[in-house]
Ligand binder design. Structure first.
Ligand code: LP5
Ligand code: MN
Length: 244
């Protein structure tokens, strides 16, 4: 029994090396997995399921569908860049969309999954933005606009976000300890797995006398035209990281 966790691939047409690495992963190491959890930011951005004819989106959905037909159950949780991904993509890619957070069992270990952005509560500007764009009424209104207009708006937001990030203290873009503790308390002190921060690590934390672990997934990236990624694997009762 193997369970895989990945996040923050940020697939985009600009970085074909990443898509190739993802396809290599699906046809290679992922074949050993019984379940795959994609914990958000699979895509650099997702403008709506009506963008499924885009070659990258179509290709990724197809690769996931072929993979799922091999018998692995694939789960997807929204990230801050692909939260508009919805049932049409899910059907096409043969994956199952998860609520955030979701509690699963890894053997005896109760394990809580989230993307991670909701834990970054010191980043007030981001949380205000998040509250706005995660509002279902806002999303419904946004989706009424033509795809090309949505892509233009997203390009503008991405630019603003990059400028905003360059002006933020790195510490406020990490998780807030009290927010993590409150989440773990609420869910009965499980192990926590998330991505988003691009700060892969295992943190040992104590909440109300309970020892918990927080596993942070690595992002996938391209450096000097070389793509690298990572999968977190649960096998033989323990978690380990495999570089790709
Ligand atoms: O993703 P990452 O790690 O680079 O940065 C995030 C936060 N930024 C975002 C924005 C996304 O990166 C870009 C948009 C993705 C597409 C979404 C699709 C559909 C929605 C359409 C939106 C109109 O999530 C960044 C955090 C960082 O993580 C670390 O946690 O700091 O947050 C910001 O930089 C946000 C800014 O601080 C404030 C918001 C700026 C944009 C304001 C534009 C207002 C437009 C009105 C529309 C609602
Ligand atoms: Mn993210």
């Amino acid at each position: 029994m193997q369970i895989h966790f990945i996040s923050d691939l940020h697939l985009s047409a600009d970085r074909p090396e990443l898509t190739a690495l993802f396809e290599h992963y699906l046809t290679g190491p992922a074949q050993a997995a019984d379940s795959l959890y994609i914990l958000g930011d699979l895509f650099e951005y997702w403008a709506g399921d009506d963008d499924l004819d885009d070659p990258l989106n179509h290709g990724v959905a197809k690769a996931l569908a072929v993979f799922a037909e091999g018998g692995c159950k694939v789960h997807f949780m929204a990230g801050n860049r692909d939260f508009l991904l919805s049932s049409e993509f899910a059907t096409r890619a043969r994956l199952h969309i998860l609520d955030e957070p979701t509690l699963i069992q890894l053997g005896e270990q109760r394990t809580l999954l989230c993307h991670g952005d909701s834990l970054c509560t010191d980043d007030l500007a981001y949380q205000a933005f998040r509250n706005q764009v995660r509002n279902p009424a806002w999303q419904a209104q946004f989706l009424t606009q033509p795809l090309a207009v949505r892509k233009q708006i997203i390009a503008g937001v991405r630019k603003k976000s990059e400028t905003a990030k360059s002006e933020k203290d790195a510490a406020i873009m990490d998780v807030n300890g009290d927010t993590v503790a409150a989440l773990l308390r609420e869910h009965g002190f499980p192990l926590l797995i998330h991505g988003h921060t691009h700060r892969p690590a295992v943190h040992q934390i104590e909440v109300d006398g309970h020892r918990c672990e927080r596993w942070v997934l690595a992002d996938w990236r391209v450096e000097a035209e070389l793509a690298s990624g990572e999968v977190l694997t649960w096998a033989d009762g323990k978690l380990s990281r495999q570089p790709l």
